[in-house]
Design a protein. Sequence first.
Length: 166
Amino acid sequence: MTAPTEQIWLVCHTRPRCEKKFAALMAAERFEHYLALVQSVRRYRQQTKRFTKPLFPGYVFARMPAEKKARIYQQDLLARAIPVLDEPTFLRQLADVKAIVASGFELSLLPLLTKGRRVKVTGGPLHGLEGYVDDAKNPAGIVISVDVLQQGLHVRVPAENLEALP
């Protein structure tokens, strides 16, 4: 049975474009939470727009008493809440993310690419192709299989144009 004061960490998967609204709900409920925001610049013909956007689109990290978990669903901003199983590792990684965001260095989110991981090309002239990562030290190179010939084509694709497949 859960103790009445036990605090749990949840990875809250929000509905599309609801991260800031959900973080505001967490603040209103006085639940500890973290929404990693980064500065973004968009250039339009004659204008430059600066705004903040979530580093992890669709995710907010929240800590709350287990018995109050139902409160996070009150405004239909949440798709699901995933409990954190390995809290020490999660807290260490969250501290790392906070430090990186606070550093002010330019950063971007990339998929975790390891040798043998299936990927899909999401941009550029090879958009839609699927292959696998050949070299984890150089994940920008992927292999596209040509099974009929028992051959593979190694092609360099920018990591930001790759999406890891399940």
